[in-house]
Design a protein around this ligand. Sequence first.
Ligand code: COA
Length: 220
Amino acid sequence: MSVLDLGSGRQILSESRIASVAGAELVVTEVGDRRKALFAGEADYAASVADGRARQYAAGRVAARAALERIGVGAVEIGAVGHQPAWPAGVVGSIAHTRSLAVAVAGMESACRGLGVDIERETAVSAAVATRLFAESEQAWLPAPEWRTMLFCAKEAVYKAVNPIVGEFLGFRDVELAIDAERQEFRAECREGLESAAAVAAGRGHWARYRAHWIVLFVV
Ligand SMILES: CC(C)(COP(=O)(O)OP(=O)(O)OC[C@H]1O[C@@H](n2cnc3c(N)ncnc32)[C@H](O)[C@@H]1OP(=O)(O)O)[C@@H](O)C(=O)NCCC(=O)NCCS
């Protein structure tokens, strides 16, 4: 996969393991104000929410359309089913945003069952939040404070990839991560008895740092 920064038009993160994922395309863009680029139904939604939310939503849709284009799918409106983006038939994908950056990934369902992406500012997650959300083993693993945010992103990426497949809510303590820092890869495991177990266990995740943010991708 290639990772595109839409603003500069450049391929980025080519050295990261994220770029080694096959069958999907990832696009990063600045949030700015992209509301003029929205399709009618998207614009109606954006007009119904607060300004900051509307800007992030619009940047996410712009990134998502660029990702669709890169996998050969034309520009279409991306509505929502509940809170999930409604991808065109045969496509899986995911969107995330912060106040400054938005990211989206898309791939064909024939290549992967689910994609989840998350982005956060590097230092977004405090020690108190980490204690609440992470298992003892995860807390013991943390090599430096900013990796708290990587773990947080990893769990949200797992949720975004698996929830559209299984339809089950997963709390942060329901999923435990095993990080292989050398291979720049993580796996995840669900608490026993949860329906999502097989899909979670089948996935692999990778991360990258870009412009003081973590970008984490989980592929099922
Ligand atoms: C859904 C959730 C992960 C979104 O994270 P967030 O930090 O609030 O916001 P982000 O910017 O990262 O992502 C927002 C995007 O996620 C997508 N999204 C929302 N719900 C989703 C779902 N159930 N499945 C897949 N994607 C979803 C949407 O595209 C949304 O952006 P949009 O409304 O502009 O289209 C979060 O709100 C949540 O519910 N978390 C609890 C579950 C969880 O993360 N568990 C972790 C253990 S596995």
